[in-house]
Design a protein around this ligand. Structure first.
Ligand SMILES: Cc1cc2nc3c(=O)[nH]c(=O)nc-3n(C[C@H](O)[C@H](O)[C@H](O)COP(=O)(O)OP(=O)(O)OC[C@H]3O[C@@H](n4cnc5c(N)ncnc54)[C@H](O)[C@@H]3O)c2cc1C
Length: 412
């Protein structure tokens, strides 16, 4: 029997990555009891997301964290694509939105975002964060769902009305629901190395974010801090070990970056290789278990659709759970969540992120300016303010208003 709408006694969120922390804040802020289970003892510090586009900004604002995120980070001015010699191919500016537009993109490295989210979550007495709690198995019946958890003090069983898998690319919740091998999609035939580095790109006339179009040496250089910190994400040959990639890094930097820097010319803070994956879970809901963000879907990072799409899931799920909690929706609204969020991945996130990646290497940089349709739109937007605004807020297509499915909107 499907659970009916009505006050939720507890929601368990698995995974204290950005999606799990944000969902926990949104729910706890409304007085819902949330228990957040995290396998590790601390927040992740790897160089991953840094750019949060308009749909993510909308949810960061609803969670009450946007001001802190903007204060620690910054709002970038522009994006561009260049040839390897630095020649500009096309660019896109956020200027048309004005400096104070409420949904303007913010930039802050993920580890710094995590600290802010965790600090906010701790303010809510209805939220409990359990570090060192690794989910190993799941179960559910008509009235509740549960997870079996390994902790330093022995195994535990944790129950809730709903359990949300925000446990990332290797999600145990997804594996338990569909099997270890069932994450349909593909690993792309490419490898990237993400580095956080201090190196002065401004003296080469670089914009805030720069994509370099090249068949072999494609890469991205993006300002990610006000203190001169940049993210350089560059192409590598697939299949090497992390140690082999680390050894090759000075050679790759010298080969591809402006000024051909040697190790003493820059300071690297983090370096990490990543595979590029396009994958989507068979379903985003099975009974009282729901998947969100990387646990539900993966895409390559070019264009910053990964976590932005994940945060859009979180906002959607929050509205669905609030509808149930307030008695405005029955739990069929979670089927809508599962159906629509999966469709958004398949019809927008997957094809757009693939195209963003392809644009970097699968065209001649000498003719890209004329031949690439997206670059043509960027050129038109330079003289057309309405088009420039539309481009700057283009990722709002990832949002979907689930309150439209509430039975009684007037009591909102
Ligand atoms: C190089 C790179 C750059 C990127 N740049 C961007 C960008 O600019 N913009 C953007 O939107 N996206 C970007 N992304 C994607 C983004 O980083 C991810 O989509 C995002 O981090 C996923 O967040 P998450 O909360 O879903 O999962 P995660 O951050 O992976 O968090 C999952 C959490 O679950 C925990 N966990 C796992 N298993 C268990 C278990 N069994 N029990 C309990 N806890 C568990 C993990 O320890 C972890 O803390 C980038 C990715 C990469 C690799």
């Amino acid at each position: 029997m499907a659970p009916k709408g009505g006050s939720l006694s507890k929601v368990v969120v698995v995974g204290a990555g950005p999606s799990g922390l944000l969902l926990s804040i949104l729910l706890a802020k409304q007085g819902i009891n949330v228990e957040l289970l995290e396998a590790t003892e601390k927040l992740d510090e790897q160089p991953r997301a840094a750019h949060y586009a308009s749909p993510a900004v909308y949810e960061l604002r609803r969670a009450g964290v946007l001001d802190d995120v903007a204060a620690k980070g910054f709002k970038p001015n522009d994006f561009c694509w260049r040839k390897q010699d630095g020649t500009l191919i096309a660019g896109m500016s956020f200027a048309a939105l004005g400096p104070d537009h409420p949904e303007r993109m913010v930039v802050l490295p993920l580890d710094r975002l995590g600290k802010i989210l965790y600090a906010h979550l701790q303010r809510y007495p209805t939220a409990k964060v359990r570090w060192g709690h690794r989910v190993v198995d799941i179960g559910q019946d008509e009235n509740k769902a549960w997870v079996q958890v390994e902790t330093a003090s022995g195994p535990q069983k944790v129950e809730a009305d709903y359990i949300i898998g925000c446990d990332g690319a290797n999600s145990q919740i997804r594996r338990s629901l569909f099997g270890d091998m069932s994450f349909p999609g593909e690993t792309l035939d490419a490898a990237i190395i993400a580095t956080n580095v201090y190196y002065d790109f401004t003296k080469y006339g670089y914009w805030d974010t720069n994509y370099i179009v090249h068949p072999k040496n494609w890469h991205m250089v993006a300002k990610i801090g006000n203190d001169g910190l940049y993210r350089v994400t560059y192409s590598e040959v697939p299949g090497l070990t992390a140690e082999e990639y680390r050894k090759r890094q000075p050679m790759r930097y010298e080969e591809i970056l402006p000024g051909h820097p040697k190790p003493g010319d820059y300071k690297i803070l983090n370096i990490s290789p990543y595979k590029l994956q396009q994958r989507c879970a068979p379903k985003f809901r099975v009974g009282r278990f729901i998947l969100a963000a990387d646990a539900a879907h993966l895409c390559n990072p070019f264009g910053g659709l990964g976590l932005t799409g994940g945060i859009a899931d979180v906002g959607s799920l929050y509205d669905c759970l609030m509808g149930i909690h307030r008695g405005l929706a029955d739990d069929n609204i979670l089927d809508k969540y599962a159906e629509i969020r999966r469709k958004i991945y398949q019809e927008i996130i997957d094809p757009t992120s693939r195209e963003n990646f392809r644009r970097l290497w699968d065209q001649d940089p000498e003719t890209a300016r004329e031949k690439d349709e997206f670059f043509q739109i960027c050129h038109r937007a330079e003289k057309d303010e309405a088009l420039a605004k539309e481009l700057a807020l283009g990722l709002n297509v990832l949002r979907h208003d689930f309150t439209q499915y509430y039975a009684n909107k007037s009591s909102l």
